[in-house]
Design a protein around this ligand. Structure first.
Ligand code: NZQ
Ligand code: ZN
Length: 384
């Protein structure tokens, strides 16, 4: 196990009555609340009304329309509004896109330059004064409700990149699994797959004897394998929603990534794809993950892939046999959740591989063992 510091300052408020804490938790921070949200699902499913009922004693302004794969072009408008309003707190009501976008608003409202500088410098250029952020989560996937990561797209140049700092970790996050009953089936599946991928990116490492992290990670993956299919059949199963929601948050709150060699190659390759084609993040992960396993997992990470196969999928045989079967099991699991398994099915042509590789080689490799250009080409080429 490697050295680490584990610090997560978010107050995580979970359960059917979690929203009852909203007014009292907000009052600890201030009176002026900037409520942000996405394309309007919260108005259809009643969450907007429930939130606003809690905020009747506050001075509220709102900004709606933060799109999936949130764009800096939209967020600049929110930042201009926040500059005028000068809120004490931003309350993001939504999923990873609304929360990530709100982290940029929090970090860039009092920054003098353009908001994209925050992303381009990976958070090095950031306002001295950060607006505190809180969240009401409506989809469990990214764990943005419990981390300092923010993934933003600059659509005009097709860049999708991130900054990360504990300074934008939510002060508190309200997670009521019932708020996810209204999710479309595909978004429920994407939540499970994004979470599964986050766990793999931290678990398939070369660090020895990080048993605590491994066992947590395996437990989270088994939880998703158990409850993922249930949530698709029974979208209003509280047990399914609750277990998936807690697993998603624990998958990327720094816990299982502490003290191990993380490898975010699949995410890096995916962000390039959704930066160009605006497909859902986890749709891209479902396609790339088995191909990354084939090209990297079976070679550089064989021992850990075999451990994954034995402990998570109950497989037996030689390391090579188990690792290969584990890839098949992973693909079958994703496919059973009803997602597409090739980019061709998303209408993307294999002639785009060169463009994808060109973008990917210029990114922060973020891998325990960074991918080279040939490996990137091989992985992308297999995705069609
Ligand atoms: O926009 P609205 O109307 O809210 O609709 C959303 C959106 O269309 C809908 N939805 C959310 N909650 C709902 C609901 N519909 C009905 N009922 C509900 N309760 O679902 C759609 C997807 O929402 P979105 O916020 O985009 O999903 P997700 O949470 O998967 O976020 C994806 C974004 O997060 C980034 C991704 O790259 C992508 O841009 N990521 C952020 C990370 C982080 N901050 O740590 C890490 C991840 O790896 C990821 O990269
Ligand atoms: Zn992800």
């Amino acid at each position: 196990m490697e050295d680490f510091s584990f610090y997560n300052p978010t107050n995580y408020i979970f359960g059917k009555n979690a929203l009852d804490s909203l007014a009292s938790e907000t009052a600890k921070i201030g009176k002026k609340v900037f409520v942000t949200y996405g394309g309007g699902s919260i108005k259809k499913n009643g969450i907007y009304d429930k939130v606003m009922q809690q905020l009747t004693d506050f001075d509220v302004q709102e900004f709606g329309g933060i799109e999936p794969n949130p764009r800096v072009e939209t967020l600049r408008k929110a930042i201009a509004q926040a500059k005028e309003f000068q809120p004490d707190i931003i309350l993001a009501v939504g999923g990873g896109s609304t929360i990530d976008g709100s982290k940029l608003i929090a970090a860039a409202t009092y920054y003098d330059g353009d908001a994209w500088d925050v992303i381009a410098t990976k958070g090095e250029k950031i306002a001295a004064k950060i607006i505190p952020l809180a969240t009401v989560l409506t989809i469990s996937a990214t764990a943005s409700e419990v981390n300092g990561g923010s993934v933003i797209t600059k659509w005009e140049t097709n860049e999708k990149d991130y900054f990360s700092t504990v300074k934008v970790n939510p002060v508190f996050s309200i997670v009521n699994p019932e708020f996810q009953y209204s999710l479309p089936v595909d978004q429920s599946a994407y939540g499970v797959i994004d979470t599964f991928s986050h766990i793999l990116e931290q678990y398939i490492n070369q660090t020895e004897h990080a048993t605590v992290q491994d066992r947590f990670a395996e437990g989270l993956m088994l939880t998703l394998i158990e409850w993922g299919p249930v949530v698709l059949k029974e979208p209003t199963s509280y047990s399914a929603r609750a277990n998936i929601a807690f697993a998603a948050s624990m998958a990327l709150n720094n816990l299982i990534g502490s003290g191990v060699g993380q490898d975010w190659a699949t995410h890096e390759l995916e962000h390039v794809v959704s930066g160009f084609y605006d497909i859902p993040h986890a749709a891209g992960l479902a396609v790339i993950t088995p191909r990354w396993m084939k090209h990297i997992g079976l070679t550089q990470k064989l021992a850990k892939m075999a451990q994954y196969g034995r402990r998570v999928w109950g497989l037996s045989g030689t390391n090579e046999e188990v690792a290969q079967q584990a890839i098949n099991k992973t693909s079958e699991f994703f496919e059973s959740l009803g997602v597409k398994m090739t980019f061709s099915e998303w209408g993307i042509s294999s002639t785009e591989v060169a463009k994808l590789v060109e973008k990917a080689v210029n990114r922060d490799p973020m891998g325990e063992i960074p991918l080279n250009e040939e490996q990137m080409r091989a992985i992308y080429s297999d995705c069609f």
